[in-house]
Design a protein around this ligand. Structure first.
Ligand SMILES: Cc1ncc(COP(=O)(O)O)c(C=O)c1O
Length: 379
């Protein structure tokens, strides 16, 4: 017997994310878009991808966007186009999804970690000065959970050292920092359309956005085997092309993104209202002039693992993003780091818990989650 795709969750459970509910609402629009691609019989680098690139560039407030196969490819190609080579050092936070680091490693470059701020979970600008060396060739900042990193001091540092700045905006499409959209602040930005992202495809997909025409042209070449003209390659590249079905699906979902974003922000406000007075819980912080898009609603509690177990017993899903900071991953054992090297990242990895967050979440579900958290903290 083959297993059926999950179409909904049991009514008495609260999932972490409810993609079946989203599909129920927009399925007809999606099927029309997919049908359009089928009828065109053009599947790679066609009209849908080009239109999506324009629409995403507009959303991010940049001049150029290049559709790619994944967010990881966007990071690797951005680093490469910014001049990072084997043996170079790249500054990045250790508290992030592994792709941020493995993109650096894919080029044979060395990740050099800079600790995060304990309140926002994003890179601490003051740490950059401590970790930079004469071998540093680029900086990657991550806008974790949907909140921008504190970009002004980071931009000033990058400028003073003449280092290219890459934004890992995989989790924060639509967020802004002092009135400017994430993605428009650095030299190049990676976007991920992994299915669980705020703007998620029905498979893997990604994009690079930039204001540099030169950089965009180079990425267009690199994503297609280094071909500058038809069957004429100028440098080694590979296949990182965005396919038309994913682009068409993303264009449908993009029309809903601002409503979904408002729904996420309203759910976060409700969680904040209910959790703010509860001792032992630290709700997420959104500094003034930072617009958080709540890819995740992440709280901090000391007895995190026990809380997660208690929620699970009540059929409430929650997830730890991320339990192992990069410097302590086996992948990076050769770098010789030890526990205590990046204390804020290590503590966050032990204490963070992301609660259910998605546009279709209902107020009574939020109340149920909070009630379970409160009950747990009482005992
Ligand atoms: C912070 C971060 N960076 C990079 C990536 C990589 O994106 P992708 O999965 O599309 O390759 C992701 C998502 O998975 C991510 O969350």
């Amino acid at each position: 017997m083959t297993s059926q795709p999950q179409t909904s969750f049991p009514p008495d459970s609260v999932p972490q994310l409810d993609l079946p509910a989203q599909y129920k609402a927009i399925g007809a629009e999606i099927r029309t878009a997919v049908e359009r691609v089928m009828a065109s019989q053009q599947f790679v680098l066609g009209r849908e991808g080009a239109a999506l690139e324009e629409e995403i560039a507009k959303l991010c407030g940049v001049a150029h966007a290049v559709g790619l196969a994944s967010g990881t490819d966007a990071l690797i190609l951005a680093l490469r186009a910014c001049g990072v080579h084997a043996g170079d050092e790249v500054l990045l936070p250790p508290f992030t999804f592994v792709a941020t680091g493995s993109a650096v490693s894919a080029l044979g470059a060395k990740p050099v970690f800079a600790d995060i701020r304990p309140d926002t979970y994003n890179i601490d600008p003051a740490e950059l000065e401590r970790r930079v060396t004469s071998r540093t060739r680029a900086i990657v900042v991550v806008h974790l959970y949907g909140l921008a990193a504190d970009m002004d001091p980071i931009l000033a540092f990058a400028k003073s050292r003449k280092l290219p700045l890459i934004e890992d905006n995989a989790q924060a499409i639509g967020a802004s920092y002092k009135g400017r959209r994430t993605g428009s602040l650095g030299d190049a930005t990676c976007l991920s359309f992994y299915p669980t992202k705020n703007l998620g495809a029905y498979g893997d997909a990604g994009m690079l956005v930039t204001n540099s025409a030169e950089l965009a042209a180079r990425i267009r070449t690199l994503r297609n085997h280094g071909q500058a003209g038809k069957y004429l390659s100028t440098e080694p590249g590979w296949n990182s092309r965005l396919d038309e079905i994913q682009a068409a699906i993303l264009r449908v979902k993009l029309r809903h993104l601002s409503n979904w974003q408002r729904a996420r922000q309203s759910h976060a406000a409700e969680y904040n209202r209910l959790l703010s007075e509860i001792p032992g819980v630290m709700p997420p912080v959104a500094p003034e002039e930072f617009e958080h898009v709540y890819h995740q609603y992440t709280i901090r509690v000391e007895k995190r693992d026990a809380l997660q177990k208690c929620l699970s017993e009540r059929k409430i899903s929650s997830t730890v993003y991320y339990p192992h900071p990069l410097h302590l991953q086996p992948l990076y054992s050769a770098l010789g780091h030890k526990a205590g090297d990046f204390p804020h990242s290590e503590r966050a990895a032990k204490e963070v818990l992301s609660l259910p967050m998605y546009p279709e979440l209902r107020k009574e579900q939020i109340a149920r989650v909070v009630e379970a958290v409160v009950e747990f903290l009482k005992c």
